[in-house]
Design a protein. Sequence first.
Length: 456
Amino acid sequence: MLVYKAYFSILLIFAACLSTSAQIVDSAQQSILTAEAGPEDASVNRVRGEKILKEVKETIEKHYYDKTYKGIDLDSTYKAAREKIKTFDHNWQIFRVIAQFVMQFDDSHTRFYPPNRAVTVDYGFDMQMIGNVCYIVNVKKGSDAEKKGLKVGDVLAGIHQYNPTRENLWKINYILRSLDPLSKINVFILGPDKKEQKIEVEAKFISIKARNEDAKERRKNFEPYRCHEVDAEVIACRLETFSVDKDVINDMMKEVRGHGRLVLDLRGNGGGLVEIEEYLLGHFFDTDIKVGDFVTRKKTEERIAKSRGDKVFKGDLTVLIDSRSASAAEVFARVIQIEERGKVMGDVSSGSVMTSYLIGSSIRRGSGELMTLTVFSMNVTVGDLIMTDGKRLEKVGVTPDVAIGPSGFALSNGDDPILAHAVRDFGGEMTDAEAGQLKFLTKRYNWSEDEDLEDQ
């Protein structure tokens, strides 16, 4: 069994939303990719499903940070899931049962990833919560979504059979990408007249080889940070992720040096390494500061960010966040708030600050040349963070000092009123359109949290 440690977000929405995980998982519609086993394989599928369920349960028992499992009777729900598996024939049904068993924790960092498929899905568009409204924020050129008229700035009232909210968006992403990818998906766009328009979008399926090649190309062109000097006094820097080396932070802070005011853009930053989060914090304080208490099932430890001494930036600081700012990004922003070191602007952050393990495992059947190997994985939360004000950020997020977000019109125009406002607040000159031309806002076309995790 391989264990990988990750401190990550995930990135990633109708008034009558999904109130329980069961409502999400018990969809009657079967995805095109999950019906690979016929009735003749039913007994094999059940046996394999029961083995996977057992290993998932044992992983939770061994690693989950809360020894009480949030009050869940793990043995009872495990037995119920095992009995349910015995009533199904197909893998797509069985995997849903296992996913539902894990989703009862309602924990964005604890989830089951079914055995890998030969392809991954690309719906050709990306959605994001801004305030309490879900918007289309990217549409891939040449995709069916673009051909059907989906546009950046459109209000997304619904997708498939789900109503997107801040609370359930991560579940929707998980289901439609990892658990039940669909060949076609209905999206419901809310027009200016408040009437819904239904658009059927065809998905594109990408081979693992093609995805790996694309990921390799993206990494080759990846810029972990970018800085733009507004004037001699004001500089704006965007940090893409905390999954970087200390040298990256050093290089960014060298560019900041000599300026009196910094706008640090953490919008879309899904987090990364705790070590780097603490290292960056150390560049803004003259003395060591306590980040919070890290709580695991065995002990509680203080997290301390050590001052960088003579390398500390002593000027004014504004941090930008949005609903995709998660994990290390939101912890950083909250420490700046609590210590009154600077101002936070933007939207309420993700509220995903738990620490988790990504655990890969396999089930073997047969032997020799006839042996088959079923590989699967899961994330399990191993630690929680209590901030120095005694509060948790999980499922709450960071509330900005100045709440500001782009309108649908600004999104469609490519404007960035948040960055522009922060610069002007520091006395710099920048229009919304000029800020948009810097393209500090993340451009992503897939909602793949798997890719976020791989990057970390």
